[in-house]
Ligand binder design. Structure first.
Ligand code: PGA
Length: 249
């Protein structure tokens, strides 16, 4: 089964609305003849602004997180219903900054995954090991646990709307990239885990992005690997100069 490359930009907590609008305009123009699948995930505050610009283009609108509840007394949280209302199509869940800085555990990530899928959003589920976990030889087992626990209770039909992003925590924002070989090995392992959960066709079809210091000069080598189907890009997604060459690798 042929998989489409999927390149996503995670703008994290950067950019005002006007800065977000300017970048979104540059990207819609520069990527309109792009051959891959694209997404940008601006801050919540810029979703509406960016959504209006990318609407009708080949760039999807993503959010960086959502609450685990539909609505209610949850000060400071943002609901999937509110995201849908803004035209969001996809939500990034389980990002390592959420897991490690904001202490989101697998059970919480799983509740968010199920809620987002229930309401028709697509999900990018991020998994990845810490440096000490890799050094202890546990990279595979950590990724397996985060994948299995994150997808608990997700039906095969709903899983077809899930992308996995492998983001080794030690490579995020550090300038250290996993070698294409090391990344591909973990991607292959995650694919095997998916096969165990959903069968061989799902394993073949699932798109697995790599994230962690993806730059214009390393994107092609990563994407050349059999099991690497795209990228989740942080720092290099903040300017068109850096993101467009990655998106058009
Ligand atoms: P980075 O971030 O590209 O800046 O390493 C990737 C991510 O956190 O998604």
């Amino acid at each position: 089964m042929a998989r489409n490359y999927f390149i996503a930009g995670n703008w994290k907590m950067h950019k005002t609305r006007s800065e977000s609008a300017a970048l979104a305009k540059e990207l819609t123009a520069a990527l309109k003849d792009g051959r891959h699948k694209y997404l940008v995930a601006p801050s919540f505050t810029a979703l509406e602004t960016v959504g209006a610009i990318v609407k009708g283009s080949n760039i999807l609108l993503g959010a960086q997180n959502c609450a685990a509840e539909e609505q209610g007394a949850h000060t400071g949280e943002v609901s999937v219903l509110q995201l849908k209302d803004l035209g969001v199509q996809t939500v990034i869940l389980g990002h390592s900054e959420r897991r490690h800085t904001y202490k989101e555990d697998d059970a919480l990530v799983n509740r968010k995954v199920r809620l987002a899928l229930k309401h028709g959003l697509d999900v990018i589920l991020c998994v990845g090991e810490l440096l000490e976990e890799r050094e202890a030889g546990n990279a595979e087992s950590v990724c397996e646990r985060q994948t299995v626990e994150g997808l608990k209770g997700v039906s095969a039909a709903d899983f077809s709307r899930v992308t996995i992003a492998y983001e080794p925590v030690w490579a995020i924002g550090t300038g250290k990239t996993a070698t294409p070989e090391d990344a591909d090995a973990i991607h292959a392992y995650i694919r095997k885990v998916i096969g165990g959960l959903y069968g061989a066709d799902a394993a073949k079809g699932v798109v697995i992005q790599y994230g962690g210091s993806v730059k214009p000069d390393n994107a092609a080598a990563l994407m050349a690997k059999e099991n690497i189907d795209g990228a989740l890009v942080g720092g290099a997604s903040l300017t068109a100069d850096a993101f467009v060459p990655i998106a058009k690798f």
